[in-house]
Design a protein around this ligand. Structure first.
Ligand code: B12
Length: 157
């Protein structure tokens, strides 16, 4: 396992066919000066894992808006935190991760415990916080795993 690069992978989950969320996030990441590989919609876990092995990204941004993101993310993060994956790779998720708002805090906490560095809800502040995180990444270049606590605290799906 080697150190991560400055590349950001933007990806949806295996079940999610929406694309404009991914385009939006790609443009946002590129705006702060980080190179992006956008894997598009309906990405199988094994394809995402293979891309992470190949590119050793600094950050993987998972976006899902179809309401099944929480379930998809649980399987996906198990795969991305397996022993063969790059160390120091940040993985965050956001969008409309469930159909019901009820239980959002518990789901976000569960995803963080499962291995996500941050989980962003669909509220107006999330993109501001997410962008701050990107700016931090550009400042630090190569970094080790971990999102500053002020960025990860209170993020819910
Ligand atoms: C266009 C659209 C489609 C198109 C997608 C075409 C395409 N090429 O993308 C089609 C028709 C295929 C489609 C299908 C479905 N859709 Co649809 N779709 C939409 C719609 C109208 C717009 C989505 C869009 O493009 N938005 C523009 C982008 C830029 O914004 P966004 O997606 O909201 O993402 C923003 C935030 O969520 C956030 N964000 C997203 N990800 C992340 C990640 C991070 C880290 C951060 C910080 C932020 C963040 O930032 C983005 C910019 O602000 C929305 C309703 C709506 N008005 O939002 C429904 C919507 C997303 N769809 C929905 C549903 C249910 C479906 C279907 C299941 C319908 C069905 N029964 O078949 C299928 C799902 C298919 C699948 N396998 O995924 C629901 C999801 C409900 C939920 N989450 O609880 C929505 C919300 C409609 C609704 N109100 O019910 N859909």
């Amino acid at each position: 396992m080697s150190a991560v690069s400055a590349v950001v992978i933007v990806s949806s989950t295996v079940s999610d066919a929406h694309t404009w969320n991914l385009v939006f996030l790609q443009l946002l990441v590129e705006e702060v000066g980080l190179p992006v590989v956008n894997l598009g919609p309906c990405v199988p876990e094994e394809l995402l894992a293979a891309e992470c092995l190949l590119r050793e990204p600094a950050l993987v941004v998972i976006s899902s808006v179809n309401g099944h993101g929480y379930q998809d993310c649980l399987g996906l993060i198990r795969r991305l935190r397996a022993a063969d994956q790059p160390e120091g790779m940040l993985v965050v998720a956001g969008g409309k991760l469930a159909v019901l708002a009820e239980g959002a805090t518990r789901r976000a906490e569960h995803l963080r415990r499962a291995g996500f560095d941050a989980v962003f809800d669909d509220g107006p502040d999330s993109l501001v916080t997410f962008r701050q995180m990107l700016v931090t990444l550009t400042g630090e270049g190569h970094r080790t795993r971990g999102v500053p606590s002020e960025l990860s605290a209170g993020r819910t799906p």
